[in-house]
Design a protein around this ligand. Sequence first.
Ligand code: AMP
Ligand code: MG
Length: 519
Amino acid sequence: MTLQFDNKFVHTFPGEMSDGKIPRQTPAVFYARATPTPVPDPTLLLWSSGAAELLDLDEPASDKSWEASVFSGNTQLEGMEPYAVRYGGHQFGQWAGQLGDGRAIALGEVVNRQGERVEIQLKGAGPTAYSRRADGRAVLRSSVREMLCSEAMFHLRVPTTRALCLVTTGEAVLRDMFYDGHPALEPGAIVTRLAQSFLRFGNFEILAATGEIDNLKKLVDYTITLHFKGFETESPDAYLVWFHEVARRTAELMVEWLRVGFVHGVMNTDNMSILGLTIDYGPYGWLDIYDPGFTPNTTDAREKRYRFAQQPSIGLWNLARLAEALAPLMTNSEVLEAAFETYRSTFGRSYQTMMAHKLGLDQWRAQEDETLVQALDEALRSTEVDMTLFYRALADLRAEGGSVINPRLRAAFYDPNPDRHQGLEVWLAQYAKRVEGDPRSGEAVKTVMDLHNPCFIPRNYLVQEALDGLAQGDRKRLDELMLALKTPYDLNAATQKFVARRPEWARQKPGCSDLSCSS
Ligand code: AMP
Ligand code: MG
């Protein structure tokens, strides 16, 4: 097996070369060498052949073949130079100081046949210099959730890091899942993640916070040169132009999350990719019932800082923290604020286009459609409606030329009481009027709508069912989900069985509606 390694990051920047696993501050360096801690019985549970194409890898011969050993960190390939990256971050609104890759270890960077740069990272491969008081491990449940969701997001066309495979370790990991003082042993696992780069806002923030301005400049130059094609580092406003691009990508990402009903759950600045990717799948969730105030993260249940509809504002808040970090590189730091306007206008424009696609509008009419979307938000909130089922049913309605609640739409309601559906009836009449003059055929409109409204999302309860199955030694549901997530917009044999409301039993069950950070 040959992977072409070209470990630019560790060769460009200074790091701590001794692989001390002792938790510590690492000023003046960008990373610390980190050797994965061997595990007793690495076994491949999941493999994504789509993600494997990024590394030009074939399907493994068996669950114990060399891939299990390499992607658990037990064996190192020629050219690997494992390291953990230093970063900081604002967590829940507060500067948290140095954090770093506490349980992620980069094995190196590969350049694939297409000439693309791919960083390979193990999550859960043991302690690093940044593990603080934690063990550097990950449990099976959170690893399955990360694997499924990153691959699902890719097929949903939402920018994301990828997941190559999941290896179970044969080692038990101690976690207090409910934070109630009753820790229990759970099976451990390691996910191999792939991305062009895992650099976060926090990588830049830590350098500004410790006054390492030369290092900050080096990191910005490196990021632009290596990861932002077509952008430059030399002209007087080069950094500003780049920052506008980061703002633009972040805004686009927020629109995509809103489109598919995704709630990240922990939008701390250490979880914000500089490339505008969805990164670090922890206590994330999906809207089953349309509820702008929903957050799956039990740690955030009171303040709901990272709730669904708040995500775009948090994206902007996080950009402001990044701007503060970058300010020392600017002759006039106030110019950075102009990028907030880029963020707002990009978000505004893309949000409109996205909603026009979701609703099957031929064009966006400024005032009329703002009112329409706002009215829809209110109508959906006036009863309990499944967001995903609703939009697919709306496309069917367009194809049929109907304008009243039909059985398909009714199937999206969690509350069967027709009195609670009146708001939507009124809205449907308003909508029918709005689309009256659309010259396209109903079928043509449905085709466009279905391309933007998934019929399949990996709802939390589905993943929980897969985990419950696994615990009984049954991987059927897991395999079904891995297959369905590849075609989230097509109603076919793989997705059809998951086109349903969340069952009532899942409403309050942990893992189905809420999740803790203990992973
Ligand atoms: P997260 O909220 O998962 O993005 O993690 C925040 C910080 O805690 C990062 O620096 C992680 O590397 C670190 N961290 C989370 N879980 C662990 C763990 N089990 N062992 C070591 N570090 C961890
Ligand atoms: Mg993180």
